[in-house]
Design a protein around this ligand. Structure first.
Ligand SMILES: NC(=O)c1ccc[n+]([C@@H]2O[C@H](COP(=O)([O-])OP(=O)(O)OC[C@H]3O[C@@H](n4cnc5c(N)ncnc54)[C@H](OP(=O)(O)O)[C@@H]3O)[C@@H](O)[C@H]2O)c1
Length: 265
């Protein structure tokens, strides 16, 4: 299969690309930074010399760049069976009244406008090629959960689930499938702030993360297997279910996990 992943030069996107390649699929890598795209493609070509790995710079907030990413993916891979709207941004974790305007605008530009741009470009493209599946990446807030300091990110992911649900209905009985992807809590640059921004609450956050968070290497095989096994419009592949959360907290009374030290964090 041919896979295109937005925001795939690091974190969960890069991890999913590796897992698709391991399973014999070809991928289009992308993100905003040319050097990161070039480096990721070079690294993946070394690791998977028998697979096709393409790269294209794309800021999902820019409609024309999304059109180019789609065109380059189709030209280079022949078609795109699976498109993953993974690119995402989390702003500063401060109360909304203290959040700089530029910060929340960027979060909305990437998580909402970018996600809409990609769906708007890819749905007709997939229809024209005879079908395909789009996965929209959920996040904190998708299920309506609220936490101080995460209002804008949470609002964008809440909206993403609503939008995806609407599109599942719109695309029923068409060859294009619309699905939900949810990685749980994953130790990436998005989750772990640089040392100077960790603040006093970081040790408390770490305690919760040590119960609930996982690494890219743990979560991405599950996500990729789930996507490869999906057959229906509206399918959801979600790593951290309510049941798993309950089990993790129960287990934490007896077994202490340390997810950060092995990663040097
Ligand atoms: N980590 C978690 O615990 C977690 C939990 C739930 C959901 N998620 C979701 O999972 C997705 C991936 O998160 P992650 O933790 O892997 O983040 P990450 O490590 O920060 O990686 C984000 C990727 O997106 C790219 N990106 C950011 N803004 C972009 C834009 N406007 N256009 C194109 N690419 C852009 C980044 O590259 P450039 O900066 O070079 O563009 C990077 O490749 C996000 O949608 C996030 O909301 C993450």
């Amino acid at each position: 299969m041919n896979i295109a992943i937005t925001g795939s030069t690091k974190g969960i996107g890069y991890g999913m690309a590796r897992e698709f390649l391991k399973r014999g699929h070809d991928v289009m890598i992308s993100s905003r930074r040319p050097a990161a795209v070039e480096q990721s493609v070079a690294d993946l070509r070394v690791e998977f010399p028998d697979r096709k790995v393409l790269g294209q710079v794309c800021d999902v907030a820019d409609y024309a760049q999304v059109e180019t990413l789609w065109a380059q993916a189709v030209e280079g891979l022949g078609s795109v069976d699976t498109w993953i709207n993974n690119a995402g941004r989390d702003g500063s974790k401060v109360p909304f009244f203290a959040l700089p305007k530029e910060d929340y605008l960027q979060t909305v530009q990437t998580n909402i406008i970018g996600m809409l741009n990609c769906n708007r470009v890819v749905i007709p493209g997939m229809y024209a090629q005879g079908g395909g599946t789009i996965w929209n990446m959920e996040g904190f807030g998708s299920n309506g959960q609220v936490r101080p300091g995460v209002s804008v990110y949470g609002a964008t992911k809440y909206a993403l689930r609503y939008f995806t649900k609407s599109l599942v209905a719109e695309l029923e009985n068409t060859p294009v499938k619309m699905c939900y992807l949810s990685p749980g809590i994953v130790v990436t640059d998005m989750l772990v702030p640089p040392p100077e921004q960790r603040g006093e609450g970081w040790e408390q956050v770490k305690k919760i993360m040590n119960v609930l968070a996982d690494t890219v290497d743990t979560v991405t095989p599950y996500l990729v297997e789930g996507m490869l096994n999906s057959t229906r419009n509206g399918d959801a592949v979600r790593w951290l279910t309510g049941r798993k959360v309950g089990w993790r907290f129960f287990k934490s009374r007896f077994v202490k996990r340390d997810i950060f030290t092995p990663l040097g964090l």
